[in-house]
Design a protein around this ligand. Structure first.
Ligand code: DX5
Ligand code: ZN
Length: 223
């Protein structure tokens, strides 16, 4: 069976407790830390910026996976590169046209970090077909971005399966990451559909055994 990576989201945690939470996640076996950056414009909530992110970089040696839910993401990318992001994902919906988007993806990659593209639930997955050549990961939003604790939209499974098939057909090796409403009940079907990285906010944050929850999400309970 292929290895599933678990990327706990920082979103449910209060900003003042973030560094402690991230250390705890590392201790309990998280694979990556998924950093949800919201600007109050692209989505209505605001989370934190690169200055808080810089503290997270000091708190953990795990890969930091930055999910930019912001308007004009290229204005802030350098801040996250500078403070040690390992991957940076931008939203398809944050760009005006495909040329602008491809240029941005190439530029992020040139900065020496992994680059990802994300789509909201309303965006058709076929829109990504000209972009998957340029990315290291595709982030499928399985809830409307903006807040944790929502219900997984099962239509996302079709998008995941589509990307999994395309990836095999084209011989590409981008990762498929899924974000929103992922929990121990739906993780197996999401993995079987083709996901490689499961982001999880509330299911991990609210668990009283975070190590075990992450193991179940990976499908490796009891190992
Ligand atoms: C939603 C964020 C997610 C979210 C996940 O806008 O991108 O990363 O925090 O949280 P859960 O797993 O609770 O849906
Ligand atoms: Zn996210």
């Amino acid at each position: 069976m292929k290895k599933i990576l678990v990327a706990p989201s920082t979103d449910p945690c209060d900003i003042k407790d973030l560094a402690i939470y991230v250390k705890e996640l590392e201790k309990q076996g998280a694979d990556w830390i998924h950093c949800d950056i919201m600007d109050g414009k692209f989505v209505k909530n605001r989370t934190y910026d690169h200055l808080v992110f810089a503290f997270l970089r000091k708190a953990t040696s795990l890969p930091l996976d930055v999910h930019l839910m912001v308007e004009n993401p290229m204005n802030v990318v350098d801040n996250y590169v500078k403070y040690g992001a390992n991957s940076i994902t931008v939203h398809y919906e944050a760009f005006h046209d495909i040329i602008e988007l491809i240029t941005a993806l190439q530029e992020i990659r040139r900065k020496g970090v992994k680059v990802g593209i994300s789509i909201k639930p309303q965006t058709q997955v076929e829109k990504l077909s000209h972009l998957i050549n340029y990315v290291d990961l595709v982030l499928i939003m399985s809830v409307e971005p903006g807040t944790s604790g929502q219900t997984f939209q099962k239509e996302s499974l079709i998008k995941i399966a589509y990307l999994n098939k395309k990836r095999a057909e084209l011989g590409l090796n981008f990762l498929i990451e899924v974000d929103g409403g992922v929990n121990t009940t739906n993780a197996p079907i999401i993995a079987v559909s083709g996901a490689d990285v499961l982001v999880s906010g509330s299911a991990i944050f609210n668990s009283n055994d975070r190590r075990q929850t992450m193991q179940i999400l990976r499908g490796r309970e009891g190992e």
